[in-house]
Design a protein around this ligand. Structure first.
Ligand code: PMP
Length: 750
């Protein structure tokens, strides 16, 4: 028995990464139920979401269906005595949605009868969706038949996040139970829904006279389609339908089906749908243990469902968590770059170690982002955690005006050792954006006190990113960046084209012509040039030639313009040098650092300034830099920073970064051959793949999580910036999962 269970586990393990071989999958059908269930339970615990997901449904249009699905009470070909009504109005839809919300559900689906909605009904459904969205916090799903891509697009824009269309049975058996449409019609709808920006939900009904081989074939088809939410219905024969006299499936056969679906779809949400109400609580619980981790709660379309509270008790007994954290989060907490009304899917993080983020259900994600590039030395790095703990016990905070303290000095000592020798003055701040604000302010004040009153503007290069606060925004790329909307509201900065010479390529001296021309013409209005040295991160992930920095340094000096190097993303080894400026051997007048400064543990940034600039500002009236955040030099943050700098200095990270670089170069190279990929580039521990199809993290986030990794693309850039502590094996898994999801995305398979 143990060896059978082990074989099933090995099968499922492979099914996480790739569609299983059909013959191999069919062999599962000959195995004993106990072994199947045991293996499926282990797979569920290891790979499936352990937070149970409930959704509610409402029959939004009932009966008079033209189709001949032999199980369905709503087909006009059968006399079943069900209530028949046209599309419900907004009042009724909102009432049903509010009831679902009051029952504690977070997802709600409108389900309509018929082959598909008419154009008028599509418009009405859009109104229903908007009405539900404006009066509840539910995520809205829709099941409305074989709609076209443009209809689906309009529904997606109205706020439908997931489209449902069951395949119902295997491709081979489906024609036996329905001849008015085909499996391919359904698949076309599902792929159109994906293209329209929705997640998809698709499953089937068991107990319609199909064999177990058919169930395996259906599970495989769904795995091939990478369906993330799979409803599993058990036929409840309805008198009057063609299957009205079908014998009921026995408990064992149902449990086998659940186990098979789970083994073939290890990471999907396997959703108990119609027909389960007749099962005993014991059997339902067993089904949850061996694979069911989602359910439709409350009533079904034409049959009674089960009580929500009883369901919740069972779910907890079966070892699942309920959605409480996510529910509150979706209703009240606004996430970065996100809609409050249509909250993005989130995972619940509960811990971290090394290159891994641990989810509240125990699953671990290999991190490809270093949490927006800050957790360079790994999550919960013990030395940093200990320093925070120790400092918190001594002094959590004291104002920095009139006081200093050991953590501020200890961090300062380490930074002075690491920084170019000319950068001798440090101004601590709370975040990267604030550091950029201070750098800009300092530059203007420097020019003012020297009597250069006209120098109030900044020049910067296109495709840059410097933060989300007002002035930082003004120097982000005005078109490609995230702040285009505010362009007219901000101070107008001077933008020059980003250098075209790429890192590692030939230097084209013309790349500096525009900067030269701007400084010659408008130098008297410019306080500073601000740029991200070598790597333009959050707006483009571009790597440019370091010679540009050499030329920029020379030109700035010639024109009395300060050079601000924003090393918030690149500092502390990310590019393969300590600072990205080191590629050019230059020293800026002002350098901003953040992110990895505390190993990503606590928010802290620092503005590093030359004596020249600091002295000019300090020795002219008002003899002070007029800036002082409340939490400046917070002792806990500084203690974390000092510990992080010790970690940075104690190890040979540059060798580690070079190894990561080599592995990413090799592992990601095949992606360049894909039709939908424009460029693959790697520098240090940064890899970027530029694709044609803009990313949608609503779809991609859950897809990466299902693969056991954490990746967060933006725009048309998929990138990897793993923590330096990532092992070779972890990086291999990360690269493979990244490549699979990216390939599916560019080929429009998800
Ligand atoms: N500058 C650069 C170069 C950055 O990459 C970022 C953050 N991505 C910032 C500034 C802003 O930092 P924060 O998000 O900490 O405000």
């Amino acid at each position: 028995m143990d060896s059978i269970v082990a074989a099933c586990l090995a099968f499922a393990e492979k099914a996480v990464d790739a569609v299983p071989d059909a013959k191999e999958a069919q062999k599962l059908g000959s195995l004993p139920t106990q072994a199947l269930c045991e293996a499926a339970a282990a797979v569920t615990r290891r790979y499936a979401d352990r937070t149970f997901n409930f959704c509610g449904i409402v029959n939004a249009k009932s009966g008079r269906c033209s189709e001949n699905c032999s199980w369905c009470a709503q087909s006009r070909r059968f006399e079943t005595g069900i209530e028949i009504y046209p599309l419900i109005d907004a009042e009724r839809a909102v009432q049903a949605a509010k009831q679902a919300e009051a029952n504690g559900l977070t997802r709600f689906s409108l389900v309509t009868s018929g082959r598909k909605l008419s154009p008028r009904e599509v418009r009405e459904t859009i109104s229903l969706v908007r009405a539900i969205r404006s009066s509840t916090n539910l995520e809205v799903c829709l099941s409305a038949g074989l709609l076209t891509e443009s209809e689906l697009k309009s529904l997606s824009e109205a706020g439908v996040v997931r489209y449902h269309c069951n395949l119902e049975s295997s491709r081979g058996y489906f024609p036996q139970v329905c001849s008015s449409h085909t499996t391919d019609d359904k698949i076309k709808t599902l792929s159109s829904a994906r293209v329209a920006g929705m997640e998809v939900c698709s499953g089937g009904i068991i107990g319609m006279g199909e064999t177990e081989a058919d169930r395996i074939a259906l599970a495989l088809e769904l795995r091939t389609l990478k369906v993330g939410s799979i409803p599993l219905n058990i036929l409840a024969p309805i008198p009057g339908t063609a299957l009205g006299n079908e014998p009921l499936l026995g408990d064992e056969e149902i449990l086998r089906a659940v186990a098979l679906f789970r083994l073939i779809n290890p990471t999907a949400q396997l959703r108990f749908a119609g027909g389960r109400a007749r099962l005993s609580p014991k059997v339902q619980k067993k089904a949850m243990e061996c694979g069911i981790n989602a359910a439709i709660a409350g009533d079904m379309l034409t049959t009674k469902g089960s009580a929500v509270d009883a369901d919740k008790r069972l779910v907890v007994e079966a070892g699942y968590r309920l959605d409480d954290l996510k529910k509150f989060d979706a209703q009240h907490l606004w996430h970065p770059y996100a809609s409050a009304a249509l909250p993005p899917p989130v995972s619940v993080a509960a811990g971290g170690h090394g290159a891994r983020i641990v989810l509240s259900d125990g699953r671990e994600l290999i991190d490809g982002t270093s949490s927006w590039w800050c957790a360079a030395f790994g999550y919960n790095r013990p030395e940093i955690v200990e320093a925070i703990r120790k400092q918190a016990a001594e002094l959590t905070h004291v104002m920095f005006a009139g006081f200093t303290h050991k953590p501020a000095v200890e961090l300062g000592k380490r930074l002075i050792k690491l920084l170019p020798s000319k950068l001798t003055r440090l101004f601590y701040a709370d975040s990267g954006s604030v550091a950029v604000e201070i750098a800009l302010k300092l530059a203007v004040q420097y020019q003012m006190v020297l009597g250069r009153k006209s120098r109030t503007n900044f020049v910067t290069i296109r495709q840059g990113y410097h933060g989300d606060t007002w002035n930082a925004m003004s120097v982000c790329d005005p078109a490609a960046g995230m702040h285009t909307l505010f362009h007219g509201a901000m101070q107008q900065r001077i933008f020059i084209d980003a250098p075209r010479s790429v890192f590692g390529g030939e230097w084209n001296p013309q790349d500096v012509d525009e900067l030269k021309a701007v400084l010659e013409k408008e130098g008297e209005s410019i306080a500073a040039l601000i740029l991200e040295p070598v790597v333009q991160g959050a707006s483009a992930m571009r790597f440019y030639h370091p010679q540009f920095l050499v030329e920029a340094r020379r030109l700035c000096d010639a024109h009395g313009v300060l050079l601000i190097a924003d090393e918030i993303a690149t500092g502390f080894g990310r590019t393969g040098k300590r600072f990205a400026c080191d590629w050019a051997g230059i020293c800026p007048d002002i350098m901003t650092l953040g992110k990895a400064l505390t190993g990503g543990a606590v928010s802290l940034s620092v503005v590093c300034v030359t004596n020249d600039v600091a002295d000019a500002v300090s020795c002219h009236a008002p003899n002070a830099l007029m800036h002082g955040p409340t939490f400046m030099a917070n002792p806990i943050a500084c203690a974390a920073g000092a510990a992080a700098m010790d970690v940075y200095m104690a190890e040979d990270w540059l060798t580690k970064v070079r190894e990561i670089e080599a592995q990413m170069k090799e592992g990601l190279a095949p992606l360049a051959k894909l039709e939908g990929v424009l460029d693959v580039r790697v520098l240090g521990a940064i890899a970027a793949v530029e694709v044609k199809r803009a990313a949608d993290n609503r779809i991609l986030g859950p897809a990466f999580v299902r693969e056991g990794v954490w990746v967060r693309p933006f725009g048309r850039i998929f990138y990897l910036m793993p923590p330096f502590v990532i092992s070779r094996e972890e990086l291999k898994r990360l690269i493979n999962a990244f490549s699979r999801v990216l390939t599916d995305w560019v080929e429009e398979k998800i």
